[in-house]
Write a protein that binds this ligand. Structure first.
Ligand code: HEM
Length: 389
């Protein structure tokens, strides 16, 4: 175990076997590259609760060298912040994500899900990512940010580029795409300053104009965070769930017979195929995890996907069981940074699954193999061919 790095281990053994090996042999694993990997459910929970000793400063920084020195380097406000600044920024967004605000969006999201499902032909290989799992969340977040839904294909392209950059050295066109994304939101923010509306971008520009909390550049980075967080992970959740169901068709039949099982299926998918595989923390002081000393300054990969398969918490943890007794998973994180978009993601996923299950009698894998996302941070599909019957 000790000789393999996290990335090599996943590549060599496959994700399922590697996650099992971590639990069996090294629940707190020192990667040869110097960082720690925490995989036990209780350790992960404890680290995420202890934001004083485990800072988010290392989380979500985008940095990539470009051609002729034209590189990129910026961090996401909120995600990379610790309290007290984190609490101030979180409060800014909280209003848009209250249960009442999400509930008010439900009818429009359900209508959109039905419209997208109705446009999918039966009996043909289709890419479910471009047909529904991507357009649904992209259009919803575009609406919340008050940007034209016609730009949805650009949002998808920009999100993909951002995911690529975060998973390793990126091609020049990917860097160029993220620069385009920054320029786009700088333009939107400037426009909202002179013409504010009732949307998230206007709310952020108001804050930067009236306080020191956010600079103009940070407003742009915040917009990018919302755009990316608002669509990429929900797309991945739906893709992972549909992939499972295409391979285990009894699940589709069960959901058709009893759509009340859909919510449980979504939670089980989040647990067993967590769309955000890990988050990153940096120790600000010496700490002890599972009896091992972590030194101040050390980086810790907080492995949500692994915690969600902890055999101490779930029987046969790698099995996707539709009717599993719902123990709380940790796919949305824990503590002060717990995903603010979780109720929205759940609502969108339920709307999409309800529409698909109502329209189609079956789902099967397409002829082509699905295209998985690169890197170890996000887990999902960039393209997923399936055939609905
Ligand atoms: C299945 C879908 C989703 C998953 C699995 C997911 C996962 C996560 C996780 C694990 C975190 C915690 C990060 C940390 O602890 O460092 C997080 C934070 C966050 N998520 Fe999500 N997310 C999803 C959907 C969404 C949606 C739909 C939105 C918004 C529209 C969103 C916006 C955010 C934001 C703004 C944060 C930062 C919160 C903070 O730092 O206080 N997410 N998400």
């Amino acid at each position: 175990m000790a000789e393999l790095s996290l990335g090599e281990g996943i590549r060599a053994l496959g994700r399922d076997a590697f996650l099992k090996k971590l639990h069996d042999e090294a629940p707190l694993f020192r990667d040869p590259n110097g960082f720690w990997v925490a995989s036990k459910f209780e350790d992960v929970r404890a680290i995420l609760l202890d934001h004083e000793r485990f800072s988010s400063s290392a989380m979500g920084n985008v940095s990539s060298a470009g051609a002729q020195g034209g590189g990129l380097s910026f961090g996401f406000p909120l995600l990379t912040d610790d309290p007290p600044r984190h609490s101030v920024l979180r409060a800014l967004l909280a209003k848009a994500f209250t249960p009442a605000a999400i509930e008010a969006m439900r009818p429009a999201v359900e209508a959109l899900a039905h419209e997208l499902a109705a446009a999918i032909p039966a009996g043909e290989d289709i890419d479910v990512v471009s047909a529904i799992t991507s357009p649904l969340p992209v259009r919803v977040i575009a609406q919340m940010m008050g940007v034209p839904v016609e730009r949805a294909p650009d949002f998808r392209r920009w999100s993909n580029a951002l995911a690529d950059i975060q998973s390793g050295p990126a091609a020049p066109e990917r860097i160029a795409a993220v620069m385009e994304l920054r320029a786009y939101f700088a333009g939107v923010a400037a426009e909202r300053r002179s013409n504010p509306g009732d949307d998230l971008v206007s709310a952020l520009t108001r804050v930067s104009d009236t306080s020191e909390v956010l600079s103009d550049d940070q407003v742009v980075a915040f917009c990018i965070l919302l755009m990316a967080a608002g669509n990429e992970t929900t797309t991945n959740l739906l893709g992972n769930l549909l992939n499972r169901l295409a391979r285990e068709p009894a699940g589709w039949d069960a959901l058709r017979a009893d759509p009340a099982l859909i919510e449980g299926a979504i939670e089980e998918s989040l647990r067993v195929d967590s769309p955000a595989q890990m988050v990153i923390r940096r120790a600000t002081a010496d700490a002890e995890v599972s009896g091992t000393r972590i030194a101040a300054g050390d980086m810790v990969m907080v492995y949500l996907a692994s915690a969600n398969r902890d055999p101490a918490k779930w029987d046969d943890p790698a099995n996707f069981e539709l009717k599993r007794l719902r123990e709380r998973h940790i796919a949305f994180g824990h503590g002060v940074h717990t995903c603010i978009g979780a109720p929205l993601a759940r609502m969108e996923a339920k709307a999409a699954m309800t529409a698909l299950v109502a329209r189609f009698g079956s789902i099967a894998p397409g002829r082509e193999r699905g295209q998985r996302l690169p890197g170890g941070l996000l887990y999902g599909f960039r393209a997923l061919p399936v055939t609905f019957g």
